[in-house]
Design a binder for this molecule. Structure first.
Ligand SMILES: NC(=O)C1=CN([C@@H]2O[C@H](COP(=O)(O)OP(=O)(O)OC[C@H]3O[C@@H](n4cnc5c(N)ncnc54)[C@H](OP(=O)(O)O)[C@@H]3O)[C@@H](O)[C@H]2O)C=CC1
Ligand SMILES: O=C(CO)COP(=O)(O)O
Length: 360
């Protein structure tokens, strides 16, 4: 429970922004939610329902929606930004004239900016230069939060005030907020798992079994953490809610939009058909392209992401990609325990006439 009425602004009228607005209001905050859709604003203020994104959710009646960004941001101590990565910078730029350095700015977005390869908190930093910047990530399917299913998330920031305020504003009987100082790792966890959720949806549609699903998720975790560590993240973050936690939920649930895109493709639809049928953002489609390009540039081995990219954008059948992956490198299980280079070196110095291919 917030100790005194704090003013919270939420930018974004989608499912996650709506769920977080309502939680903050349940906790006694004064919440204003900005969205560009005037009809949706009218519906939320009249019916306390977001008919477009969460039609069955009875929102807290105190949430006030508005298309007036200045009014929404005025006096807000905490600003939550729940806008897909493609539009994130543009919305922050529109908001910039009404943002103040003492405000706490928190991204909830799990994506990477196309041209810059920046995470959303880096965009916030670049656009504002403010000190109180953080991110929220974790296994947080918005529709389950709306159902008040017991849920946990992570607030990550180097700034203790940001972490504490977000915990105070959002923690309630069905929503727990854990803290982390590894903002980069937490944010990368949220963005990267979307890639593997698409692959997991595909595997499910193709009838692959539980062993396969488990292998896919665990090797995805190895790949995500390898990439994130190369980008400066703490590998231990991937043991937490924003790593393995979010990976499990999005790789297992048809409530995940990324999983649904993969599932539709596994059933034979094209990427365009799958995305169109979804009608919402599946961040992983763009993220896989960006991450594969970055991995090639910095020399990080990411066979799952590269395989998925070939399926999505080069028309390689998913089944062919999966069997190709089974003949690839058999290296270390947990490379923070046994480094990959050691396994590779041992293979090079231990010739085996039975082995068909050397691990790379
Ligand atoms: N949904 C979930 O379960 C979770 C989502 N997230 C992350 O949160 C972020 C937001 O997700 P979510 O709320 O689900 O998104 P939705 O797709 O449900 O909604 C996106 C919101 O952003 C708005 N928007 C999109 N483009 C623009 C633009 N150019 N200018 C202004 N507003 C725009 C949309 O407005 P309009 O309706 O007018 O198009 C809508 O209000 C995503 O990155 C997602 O990864 C994180 C955890 C859980
Ligand atoms: O990030 C999410 C749950 O934690 C939501 O995933 P999707 O964007 O795939 O729906």
């Amino acid at each position: 429970m917030a100790e005194q009425q704090i003013k919270v602004a939420v930018l974004g009228g989608g499912s996650f922004g709506t769920a977080l607005s309502s939680i903050a209001a349940d906790n006694g905050a004064q919440v204003r939610q900005w969205m560009r859709d005037a009809a949706l604003v009218e519906q939320i203020n009249r019916e306390h329902r977001n008919g477009r994104y969460l039609p069955d959710y009875a929102m807290n009646e105190a949430v006030h929606a508005s298309t007036d960004m200045q009014a929404v941001l005025e006096g807000a101590e905490l600003v939550l930004i729940a806008i897909p990565s493609k539009a994130f910078r543009q919305v922050v730029q529109s908001a910039r004239q009404w943002l103040r350095p003492e405000q706490i700015l928190v991204s909830t977005t799990k994506g990477i900016e196309s041209d810059s390869f920046m995470l959303m908190s880096q965009v916030l930093e670049q656009e504002t230069g403010f000190a109180h910047i953080g991110v929220i990530a974790g296994p947080n399917l918005a529709s389950e939060i709306a159902d008040k299913q017991l849920t946990a998330t992570v607030v990550a920031s180097a700034d203790a005030q940001t972490r504490t305020r977000v915990q105070q504003v959002l923690s309630c009987g069905y929503f727990r907020v854990y803290a982390s100082s590894d903002r980069h790792g937490v944010e990368l966890g949220g963005a990267l798992k979307n890639i593997y959720a698409i692959a997991a949806g595909m595997a499910a549609a193709l009838g692959m079994g539980e062993n396969t699903r488990s292998m896919l998720m665990t090797r995805a975790l190895a790949e995500m953490s390898r990439f994130a560590v190369a980008q400066g993240a703490n590998p231990m973050t991937f043991l937490g809610l924003a790593g393995v936690g979010d990976l499990i939920v999005t790789c297992s649930s048809s409530l995940s939009r990324n999983y649904r895109v993969g599932y539709a493709m596994g059933e034979g639809r094209t990427l365009e058909q799958a995305v169109e049928a979804l009608g919402q953002v599946a961040e992983g489609v763009n993220t896989v392209k960006l991450v594969c390009a970055k991995a090639a540039e910095i020399g990080v081995y990411m066979p799952l992401a590269e395989g998925l990219e070939r399926v999505l954008f080069q028309g390689v059948p998913a089944k062919q990609m999966a069997s190709g992956l089974m003949t690839g490198e058999q290296s270390s299980d947990v490379e923070f325990v046994l480094p990959r280079a050691e396994v590779q070196k041992a293979h090079r110095t231990t010739p085996d006439s039975q082995t068909t291919g050397d691990p790379q």
